[in-house]
Each structure stands twice: as C-alpha cells, then as structure tokens.
Write a protein that binds this ligand. Structure first.
Ligand code: ADP
Ligand code: G6P
Length: 481
C-alpha cells in the first residue's frame, strides 16, 4: 500500500540519553506540533534527525534508539557533531533563518556551512530513496531541506514530491543576496508542488524563480521542459479539537493545578487585575525584547495599571549554540531584571519570566488563565500559538493582540493587529484589550473559533496532498500541449 513519507529535520520527538535509557521528549515548534497530528492519523513514515549526534550514541544504544523512534512511526537520519554544526547551526540557522526573516545583518555567508548543508541534504535524500516505494508520496518540510526535492527527483523521476516552507519566503531583493540563490531555487524545483503559508510568500518565490532562473512562470505554475510545477498557499491550521477539548476538560475539573492556583491568586489580589501572556521560542524573530520594552512604555504611559497587570513571558530555549540567540537570552534576562527591579512593589512583580519548555497540560493552564495573549513577532511564517490561544478560550472571553508581521494575521482580522515597531500603538492596544467589553471579546472570538475549527491542520494537510496528487496526474498532459 502506498504510504506518505514525511521528511523534516526536526522529528516530533527529540531523544535524550538517560542512565541506560532513551527518553523521547516532544519537540517544540510549529512544524513538529502541527505535523504530529497529521502523522498520528495516517499511514505515514517520518524521517528526520533525532537530536542526538553520532558522538552521543554508543554502538550498544543504536538498537534502543531505533526502537524508541519506531514507536512514534519515525526513523532517523544520523548526523555527526560536525554536520550538526555546519548544516543545522550553520547554514540553516545562521544563513537562511535570519535572511528569510529579514534580519540581513545577522546572515552569514560561509562556504563551509553551504558545503555541509549540501552533503547533509544528500543524506536526507538518500534516506528517502532507500525507504520509499515508487507509488509513495514524499512530503519534504522546511528550510533545512531545500535541496532534497531535486536530489530525490534525480534518482526517482516519477516520484510525487511535495515541499512546504514553514517560514516566510523573502522578497526578491532580500533573496538575491544569497550567494547560492540559484542552487537553492533549483533544489526546490525538484518538487511537483511547492507550498507556502501565505500568498505573499508564494508571490516572492515566483518572482525569484522568474528573475533568477529566467523560467516561464504563470499565475501559480512554473513550466519546465518535461513537467509543470504548481506553487500555492496553504495556511497551516492547528489540531483545533485537541486544544479546545483540553481546555473544556480543565474547566470541568474542580481540582486546580499548582500553576492555575498561582495564576488565580494573582487575579484575586486586586479587582480588575489582568494577566497578559506571551509564548515563543527564544528567537530574535519573535520580537520578545521589543515587547518587554513596549510593556515598560505602557506602564509609564498608563501608570494606573501598575499593580493591576502582569506580563507572563514563556520563552522556550532554542538553538542556543548560535551566538545571536545567546546574546538575545542575555538581553532579555537584563531587561526583565531591570524593569522588575525598577517597578516592582511589595505586592507586585510586573513580569514573570520562564525560560523553559512546559508540558502540554501547563501550556493549557496558561492559555486558559490569561486574559490577553500578546504576540509580537517582527517576522513569523505563521505563528500557531495565536491560533492555539483562541482555540482554548472556550468560555468566549480573552483578547488576542497579534503582530501584522505574522502569517496568521492574514486569517485573524478579528484579533487586535499591531505593528510591533510602534510602541505608541502597542501601549494603546494593550489598554484597549484590558478595557474591551466581554460582549465584544465574545463576538471576535466566536468568528475566529469558527474559522480555525473549520480550517484545522487536517484540512490543511488534506488540501496539500490532494493538490499534489492532482498536479502529478495533470502535469504530463499539460506538458504535451
Ligand atoms: P515556531 O514554529 O516559530 O516555534 P509557532 O508559534 O508556529 O512558532 O509554534 C510553536 C509551537 O510550539 C506551538 O505549537 C506551541 O504549542 C509549542 N510551544 C510553544 N511553547 C511551548 C512550551 N513552552 N512548551 C511546549 N510547547 C510549546
Ligand atoms: C520553526 C521552523 C521549524 C523548526 C522549529 C523549531 O517552526 O519552521 O523547522 O523545527 O522552528 O526550531 P528547531 O531549530 O528547534 O527545530
């Protein structure tokens, strides 16, 4: 029977070696959390990196590792420390990530990174070639694996290959600065269908293909000599019922968790007290430092809210070997320390800051207990946290403040949309959120919930798959014309 092969750098679980044991920890990040729901429901095999390096793995542990991954329907591409350095920390996260998020000054163009990226992409492609049958559907994910589609197509010209980019595709003026821009585009063109979160990313990609490769491009198709490639936007959804049901279960449970108790006690400390939540991986693209500065600005502009509002920042450790992430960590530590030091009173700490990953259950506690979610990425391919927050607001209250630079803003017009660089607007919007009547909150949330439950992650995956299958069927006839 034909199966779907999902391939991404990050698997849905990360392995850690304990004392003679292997522990599988859920991965954080939109790709892993979203695709996990798709993978669970179907006949699929997921190929990716386990998070361990060859140097971590003693030969005696190898079978246990395979077994631990097999339980999750996964199989590993093993990488050495040197490969992880050049491919993952290097080209993926010091070149492509900053460039595609418009942080040009952070992008490093190192030939060594590029060479390792190519050889590791070949490793992933070889794993697919070895493990796929001719009628399988191959779905490649994200910026770490942009050369894989072409590498697979070369060896398996009849394979159905889809590629989805989970981050923005930047405008041509940014993309053209990449020294290996043609190679990256040609790598992607091995796919039969290339998907993006938004129409703008799709448009930017097509413009680069036309201008850099000189290929014939129509509205959303690219014409090669022997096939037609479709390019389209598929805004990724969430596993809506999972979040909504988890929230309902919480509401029905009279027993409160320690975290809920703590959050409740803060709200009970003074009438009208509000909790504002911000959750992100600790990443410069998420605008965390600017958000903290904007919060200080707000407290100074509207001092009547001091002691009546608390900002909860949950920052999940991410890519901590990359210098920019280390600098950001230090900047945020200092900012939080300074603001709390200057403004805290005996009864009040303005910011609660957690630098860790939390279990799903605690995430739901935070989503359901906080009155406002404040998400201000400077650039974000999608931002699933915004959608998850809305799905958990089963009582119909809560306000989402969302950056217009997030892909999800295109589908969430009923949120309060802001420009993260405009402090004045951010402060005023926070005040608007605090004072928004419950009826208005409910109206906005109801519309958002309807939309998110309809366009959930399953609908997203099916729509991508159906388009891919249709494209494969139609492409030969189109070329013959
Ligand atoms: P990105 O993919 O850039 O990290 P998204 O907002 O799209 O951003 O996705 C983040 C995902 O990680 C969400 O599905 C969210 O539930 C999950 N997540 C975020 N913070 C935590 C945390 N502290 N613990 C566990 N999962 C988290
Ligand atoms: C974003 C990327 C994913 C990545 C995730 C977490 O969502 O699009 O590809 O997996 O961040 O980052 P990490 O580097 O830990 O895999």
């Amino acid at each position: 029977m034909a199966k779907t092969i999902i391939i991404s750098n990050r698997l849905p679980v990360q392995l850690q070696i304990g004392k003679g044991t292997i522990n599988a920890i859920p991965s954080v990040g939109g790709l892993a959390t979203g695709m996990k729901s798709v993978h669970k429901g179907g006949e699929s095999l997921w190929i990716g990196w386990s998070g361990l390096t060859d140097e971590d793995i003693h030969i005696s542990l190898a079978p246990k590792i395979d077994e631990a991954l097999a339980k999750h329907g996964c199989t590993a591409v093993n990488l050495s420390e040197q490969e992880v350095e050049g491919f993952y920390y290097g080209f993926s996260n010091r070149t492509i990530w900053p460039l595609f998020h418009y942080f040009m000054e952070y992008a490093e163009f190192e030939l060594d990174f590029w060479e390792t990226y190519k050889s590791v992409n070949q490793k992933f492609a070889d794993a697919i070639i070895a493990q796929s049958d001719d009628d399988d559907i191959i779905w490649v994910h994200d910026y770490q694996l942009m050369l894989v589609p072409q590498m697979v197509k070369e060896k398996k010209p009849n394979a159905s290959i889809g590629f989805f980019l989970h981050i923005p595709f930047p405008s041509y003026e940014i993309f053209r600065t990449l020294p290996w821009r043609e190679e990256v585009l040609k790598g992607l063109l091995g796919a039969d269908l290339i998907g993006f979160h938004t129409y703008d990313y799709e448009r930017h990609f097509l413009s680069s293909v036309r201008r850099l490769l000189g290929l014939e491009v129509s509205f959303n198709e690219i014409y090669l000599q022997n096939r037609v490639i479709k390019v389209d936007s598929f805004p990724m959804g969430i596993d809506y019922n999972k979040f909504s049901n988890a929230a309902k279960k919480k509401m029905a449970n009279a027993q409160r968790s320690d975290l809920q108790e703590k959050l409740d006690s803060h709200k009970a400390s003074a009438p009208g007290t509000k909790l504002v939540l911000s959750i992100d991986r600790l990443d410069y693209s998420k605008g965390i430092a600017k958000r903290i500065n904007a919060f200080e600005y707000f407290l100074n502009k509207y001092p009547e809210y001091q002691e009546k509002i608390r900002l909860i920042i949950l920052a999940v450790p991410s890519r901590s070997n990359v210098p920019q992430y280390q600098l950001l960590k230090r900047e945020i530590d200092e900012l939080v320390g300074r603001i709390n030091g200057e403004l805290a009173t005996v009864n009040w700490t303005p910011i609660w800051y957690f630098y860790r990953s939390l279990p799903f259950d605690s995430l739901i506690d935070l989503y359901t207990s906080c009155d406002i979610a404040w998400l201000t990425p400077l650039r974000d391919g999608m931002n699933l946290v915004a959608k998850e927050y809305i799905a958990t607001r089963t009582k119909g209250t809560g306000v989402l403040i969302l950056s217009e630079m997030a892909g999800s803003a295109y589908e969430m017009n009923e949120a309060l949309l802001i420009n993260p660089n405009n402090f004045e607007e951010q402060a005023d919007t926070l005040k608007q959120a605090i004072t928004m009547p419950e009826e208005e909150q409910a109206n906005r949330i109801e519309i958002l919930q309807k939309r998110l439950s309809r366009y959930n992650v399953e609908v997203w995956a099916n729509s991508f798959m159906e388009t891919l299958i249709q494209q494969k069927e139609e492409s030969p006839a189109r070329v013959a014309k």
